[in-house]
Design a protein around this ligand. Structure first.
Ligand code: ADP
Length: 158
């Protein structure tokens, strides 16, 4: 079965990458789906984010990377995915993630949502924390793949 891992990935962190690596071991195929959501005022374009994800997942088999907009459940159906994968870092993620999972279940009863607990080492990582550190010139090499660190350095002009 195929799994869909949707998110903003603005930018991809090592926490996301860990979920992708572990998720891809559990399913026949994994689609990383980058949400086109201009409302979120992203730092990186969808095309840049797709490049970053492709660059960091080249060593993995059975990974697709795609952009989507609209309902996640509809995109999952278009991809032939029977499961939506999401990550959980802390209790603070739980309420939001559970609400989305219930909403998606009400829209597409056959589609399941599966949560992977974050790797302990990455539990503090979020795209916004990474951007905040990079914006002020702090080191982010332990938080993101190399290509993303380079993009952040270029973005914030270091
Ligand atoms: P969204 O805007 O949809 O929340 P994100 O890119 O922030 O998109 O996150 C996508 C998914 O990855 C979410 O399920 C989020 O909880 C999960 N995630 C983000 N950071 C980590 C991390 N460090 N470890 C595990 N899961 C994570």
């Amino acid at each position: 079965m195929k799994v869909l891992y949707p998110g903003s990935f603005d930018p991809l962190t090592l926490g996301h990458l860990d979920v992708i690596e572990r998720g891809s071991q559990l399913f026949d195929g994994l689609v990383v789906a980058v949400l086109r959501n201009p409302g979120k005022n992203p730092c990186f374009s969808v095309e840049q984010r797709i490049e970053q994800i492709r660059g960091a997942t080249g060593h993995l088999q059975r990974i697709e990377v795609a952009a989507f907009d609209g309902l996640t459940v509809e995109f999952a159906e278009r991809c032939g995915a029977g499961v939506i994968l999401r990550g959980l870092r802390a209790l603070s993620d739980f309420e939001y993630e559970l609400q989305i999972a219930h909403t998606n279940k009400s829209l597409a009863p056959k589609l399941e949502t599966l949560f992977l607990a974050t790797a302990t080492a990455h539990s503090f990582l979020s795209s916004s924390v990474v951007k905040e550190v990079a914006r002020f010139g702090g080191p982010v090499g332990h938080m993101v793949p190399t290509g993303v660190a380079e993009d952040l350095a270029r973005l914030f002009n270091q």
